[in-house]
Write a new protein. Structure first.
Length: 274
């Protein structure tokens, strides 16, 4: 089948739209959702995760997509990560249990990702067990669900950043840095020069943010550059994911946001002076 015909089969027909534009739209959605509150932000994060869950499965031995149900495992794991991020007391144990002080978590942490990962793996295993025999390509199917789900869970970092002391401002600044990095990474001529200038702009944005909050300006600039670097790395991951757009476009859209998630959270803490 020709490349053109393969692209025409893309879900929702979004292959014709540059993935960078879709990523920019989702980043803008996150910035707006952060201003509306934690629940709205969690809903936006879950929407992005479900988009990645819609990605076609990896090809198996017969070169056809393996049976790897991803929507339910990723959706449930994403909900677990969001709940723990917003209400960390849910991970503290039942009434009457004793929790060491060093094990306590607070709102706006990445603990939810760690707790949601076993849920993702368990649900992926259950989905494979429920498959009718013969269960071919089980390892490939499990690997596809777990890998895709882990990338989806990283988006929770944006929710954790929104729950930090400077959450709303941090998400907006991170969104601006993400857009700058995406634009620079699409340069065709003098790409290295454009990327260097883009990183300089991102550093300036981070320095301004840090100065506004009265914290170390250098750390703020480095944090912004780290966000930009993770966005560029995510874009490379999305382009590498599959050979043709119909199978790779959800990852190409979401990976820059996902890989930036934990970095955005750490940057938010630095900008808050923590």
């Amino acid at each position: 089948m020709s490349r053109v015909r393969e692209e025409a089969r893309s879900p929702l027909g979004l292959t014709a739209i540059a993935p960078g534009l879709v990523t920019t739209a989702f980043v803008g959605l996150l910035a707006l959702a952060a201003q509306a509150g934690a629940v709205v932000m969690a809903a936006a994060v879950l929407l992005i995760q479900l988009l990645l869950a819609s990605a076609p499965s990896a090809p198996g031995v017969s070169r056809t997509p393996v049976r790897a149900p991803k929507v339910v495992p990723i959706a449930v794991a994403g909900l677990v990560a969001a709940v723990v991020t917003m209400w960390p007391s849910t991970a503290a144990g039942a009434r009457g249990t004793t929790v060491m002080a060093g094990a306590m978590v607070e709102s706006g942490t990445l603990a939810g990702i760690g707790l949601a990962l076993p849920v993702l793996i368990l649900l992926a295993l259950i989905a494979q067990v429920r498959r009718p025999a013969p269960r071919t390509d089980v390892v490939t199917a499990l690997g596809d669900v777990v890998t895709t789900g882990f990338v989806a869970l990283l988006v929770t970092g944006w929710l954790a950043a929104a729950e930090s002391p400077v959450g709303r401002a941090a998400v907006v600044v991170a969104a601006v840095v993400t857009v700058v990095a995406l634009v620079a990474d699409r340069a065709r001529r003098a790409r290295a020069v454009v990327q260097v200038w883009a990183l300089a702009v991102c550093a300036l944005v981070g320095i301004v943010m840090a100065s506004w909050e009265g914290v170390n300006a250098v750390a703020g600039g480095v944090a912004a550059v780290a966000i930009a670097g993770s966005v560029m790395a995510g874009r490379k991951l999305g382009q590498w994911w599959r050979p043709l757009p119909p199978a790779r476009w959800p990852m190409e859209v979401v990976a820059p946001i996902a890989l930036a998630g934990p970095v955005v959270f750490v940057a938010a803490l630095l900008w808050a002076g923590i």
